[in-house]
Design a protein around this ligand. Structure first.
Ligand code: SF4
Length: 349
């Protein structure tokens, strides 16, 4: 690891160089089944509120990320690339070499109290999951949420981690004094696909339980339906099954996002595709021939389909946490095997 010699070849590495110092790294492993094979690099960060680069497509300006790397190990994770800025491997290394900013809560409290801080919205879970398994041990989020609550600072959290329910009381306290937005990421409900492509995450139905529980406690929760994986989770029946489950959980919104494959994630994902669905490799090369994103026509089609389904199932803010009567799926909707996209669309790829 080149904590002390971070080359200044990118904005990210400049930020990393400012955050970490070689003398601040303590490396630990824990011999419990939960953490077997995972190495934790504890650091004392120099700054915890990060500004998102101006050119970013993200709809937020400030983020807090107490961890780097993520044991949820989603094959497609776009944050894999950021591990290379630390001279860490973007494949297995990203899943198992976790950087922990152990002073994140105290540092955040200090920065929130600074006269220069204007109380803007802070987004969390935007790089890696702040409720990944490490959080069960390091318990950084209670201190972080507590600091945000005490400063009535608006914030949002995006997660796949059911551990967020541990902090339910704190979230309720924060929501009483400021704007709190919670989103859970559930791209599909196919159990077979989940086991191979998101191997370290809680199952989709457990994540939807989080949505339900938050709603029951008055905290509306949206679902980021991400990623929709071309040819593996995008059939009409699969989209319907997923939106239907999201609606049944009482989500306040559903936002679809098609898989994107930036460098770092792309190589790892394509190797996975070759192992598990080799018949799709050529089609992916064609679909993503122009870069990291699927063609606009494809993205638009998925968005339209999901929005129509959301409308059909009545997903919306006024229904947060309310049980929904969802009609039983018809036989054609109960498909769990990956379905091929309609032939008419294949010809367009
Ligand atoms: S949970 Fe999020 S941050 Fe973690 S590996 Fe999956 S996509 Fe990446």
């Amino acid at each position: 690891m080149r904590w002390e010699n971070l080359a200044l070849e990118s904005e990210h590495s400049r930020a990393d160089a400012a955050l970490f110092g070689a003398d601040a790294v303590t490396t630990r492993t824990f011999d419990t089944p939960e953490f077997r094979g995972i190495t934790f690099h504890e650091i004392r960060a120099r700054s915890i509120i990060n500004r998102v680069p101006g050119a970013s497509r993200m709809p937020f300006e400030w983020t807090v990320n107490p961890y780097r790397g993520c044991s949820h190990a989603c094959v497609y994770c776009f944050a894999r690339k950021t591990h290379s800025y630390l001279d860490l491997d973007t494949g297995l290394g990203f899943d198992s070499q976790i950087v922990v900013k152990v002073n994140a809560p105290e540092l955040l409290r200090r920065q929130l109290g600074s006269r220069r801080w204007l109380g803007e919205h802070i987004a969390m879970g935007t790089n890696v999951d702040c409720y990944q398994r490490a959080e069960g041990r390091y318990r950084l989020m209670p201190g972080i949420i507590g600091a945000l609550r005490d400063h009535a600072n608006p914030f949002s959290i995006l997660t796949k981690g059911t551990l967020i329910l541990r902090d339910l009381e704190l979230l309720k306290q924060a929501a009483a004094v400021t704007d709190v937005g919670i989103s859970v990421s559930v791209g599909f409900t196919d159990a077979e696909l989940w086991r191979t492509v998101e191997p370290g995450t809680p199952a989709p139905e457990r994540r939807l339980e989080v949505v339900r529980t938050l709603g029951e406690h008055g905290i509306g929760c949206g679902v980021l339906m991400a990623p929709v994986i071309p040819f593996l989770s995008d059939s009409p029946a699969q989209l319907r099954a997923t939106v239907r489950a999201i609606a049944a959980a009482g989500a306040t919104s559903v936002t679809p996002l098609v898989l994107h494959l930036r460098p770092g994630a792309r190589e790892w994902f394509m190797a996975w595709l070759e192992r598990h669905h080799s018949y799709l490799v050529r089609r992916y090369e064609r679909l993503y021939a122009d870069g990291a994103y699927a063609p606009k026509w494809y993205q638009r089609r998925i968005t339209r389909q999901v929005h129509e389904l959301a409308e059909e199932y009545g997903i919306g803010p006024t229904r947060a946490g309310m049980p929904r009567r969802i009609r039983e799926p018809e036989a054609a909707e109960q498909l769990t095997e990956p379905q091929m996209t309609e032939p008419v669309q294949l010809s367009l790829i």
